[in-house]
Design a protein around this ligand. Structure first.
Ligand SMILES: [Zn+2]
Length: 450
């Protein structure tokens, strides 16, 4: 019974002792890292085989070690071995170990108005101390304490943009006023919000007599905005009247022949009251979002009627020649087309002029081979087609040509678009019929009486 308990306690004692050794080794490690003190290394052996007479002593010893470790752990809960940071003969704080030096120095440098002043900061030295865990800080947090301990440094207000020191002034108000003035440069009656694009902070900074801040310099520099890396973003709610453009709708009419192309309803633009949220940077617009749109006047769509019937074309086909040629009108017959110039016409006109809208299809009057397709002086764009029996037809003033010389075409094939190139007044097709190269009056071939 006694032996059993003894064994159990003995195991507990071993476990506690191992923890104690581990703690001791850690302490030795820290001290070795610091290199300031030499500590004896305690080697503790746990003997498994003990004589019966010594068991009681081991048990009591085990309890004693356990009590010490519990006390040490309670102590360790609130206190710790730390490194004291010393400058200009003063302890200014505590850090966990001396590797924090880099963080301390970069933090000190970031709190100075001039990099050159860094050489005037007294050297940082380290000591050892047992302190309450709550006073141990990160190196980065120690800059102000280090600088406050210096003899030659005074404090001022520093402007930081995106974490970088920019300029210092005697008082925080000098900087906040200059920042407000910079923002107000871009504020109008419509402005809803104004802010800096960058992260702006005002922190305590330190300077020596040679690097004392100038409020005038700070004010001038900040008023420049972009010179100190500051960009002012504003959002404004702007109301305006916007034009709503009308659409063009094409309607097909089977009662009108192909080529009929007229506006039946004239389009009219509408209008809307628009509210836009405008985002600007330094007064220049970067984004506009429509937040509200109210239609004041609805637009009227333009309606174009296009004919689809081919009936009009066939009704004027005549078989008039002895060679059995049946000529087709070169342009679709519509209700509002007219002959604007007849054969002769008191001026030696060698063809017949038929009006048509710009771009209206021009058809090959009869099948044949294209003899010419291209520019020809007063004719403008001209097409001449050779037909059987020595006949030719010619089409002038075209806006565009769809065939090439040498190409064969069928009767009614679209060969060009109507226009007024060359010497012409208004869009029309000048149509000629030639027999053996001589121009003749085309009227009879189109079923016209003149
Ligand atoms: Zn003509």
């Amino acid at each position: 019974m006694f032996t059993k308990i003894n064994a159990v306690i003995s195991d507990a004692a071993k476990s506690v002792a191992k923890t104690a050794i581990s703690a001791l080794n850690k302490t030795v490690h820290i001290l070795n890292v610091l290199g300031t003190k030499t500590v004896k290394f305690f080697k503790v052996n746990i003997v498994n085989t003990l004589t019966s007479s010594k068991r009681f002593a081991v048990v009591v010893g085990g309890i004693g070690v356990a009590a010490c470790v519990v006390l040490a752990m309670l102590f360790a809960n609130f206190n710790t071995i730390a490194v004291s940071v010393i400058t200009n003969g003063q302890i200014v704080g505590y850090v966990s170990d001396s590797s924090e030096l880099d963080d301390i120095m970069s933090s000190v440098a970031n709190s100075l108005t001039s990099d050159e002043d860094l050489t005037k900061v007294d050297d940082i030295k380290f000591g050892l101390a047992v302190v309450s865990k709550s006073v141990v800080e990160n190196g980065a947090d120690l800059a102000i304490s280090v600088l406050e301990a210096q003899d030659d440094f005074s404090s001022a207000a520093g402007l930081y943009v995106n974490g970088e020191f920019v300029v210092s002034a005697s008082d925080q108000k000098v900087i906040t006023n200059a920042l407000e003035n910079l923002k107000n440069k871009y504020v109008t009656a419509d402005t809803k919000s104004v802010s800096f694009l960058e992260e702006v902070a005002i922190k305590t900074v330190y300077y020596t007599d040679e690097t004392a801040p100038s409020d005038d310099v700070a004010t001038t520099l900040i008023s420049n905005g972009t010179k100190v890396g500051l960009n002012v973003q504003t959002t404004s709610l702007v109301s305006s009247t916007k034009t709503i453009e009308y659409d063009v709708v094409t309607k097909h009419d089977s009662n009108r022949v192909v080529g009929y192309n007229r506006i039946s309803v004239l389009g009219k633009d509408g209008s809307a009251e628009v509210k836009e949220l405008v985002t600007s940077v330094n007064g220049s617009e970067v984004e506009t979002v429509v937040v509200d749109e109210k239609v004041v006047e609805t637009p009227i769509n333009q309606i174009i009627v296009k004919g689809t019937s081919t009936n009009g074309m066939s009704t004027v086909q005549k078989t008039l020649t002895s060679k059995g040629i049946s000529f087709l009108w070169p342009i679709a017959v519509t209700s509002d087309m007219y002959i604007s110039s007849t054969w002769g016409d008191g001026r030696g006109h060698h063809g017949i002029d038929i009006t048509g809208d710009y771009g209206t299809p021009i058809y090959a009057s009869y099948e044949g081979t294209v003899a010419y397709a291209g520019w020809s002086g007063e004719y403008g764009y001209l097409i001449v087609i050779n037909h059987k029996g020595g006949y030719q037809t010619a089409y002038a003033h075209m806006s565009s040509i769809y065939v090439k010389a040498g190409q064969t075409v069928k009767t009614g094939e679209v060969i060009a678009g109507c226009g007024s190139t060359g010497v012409a007044t208004g869009d029309h097709v000048h149509f000629e019929v030639r027999i053996g190269g001589t121009r003749v009056n085309p009227a009879p071939y189109l079923g016209l009486g003149y």
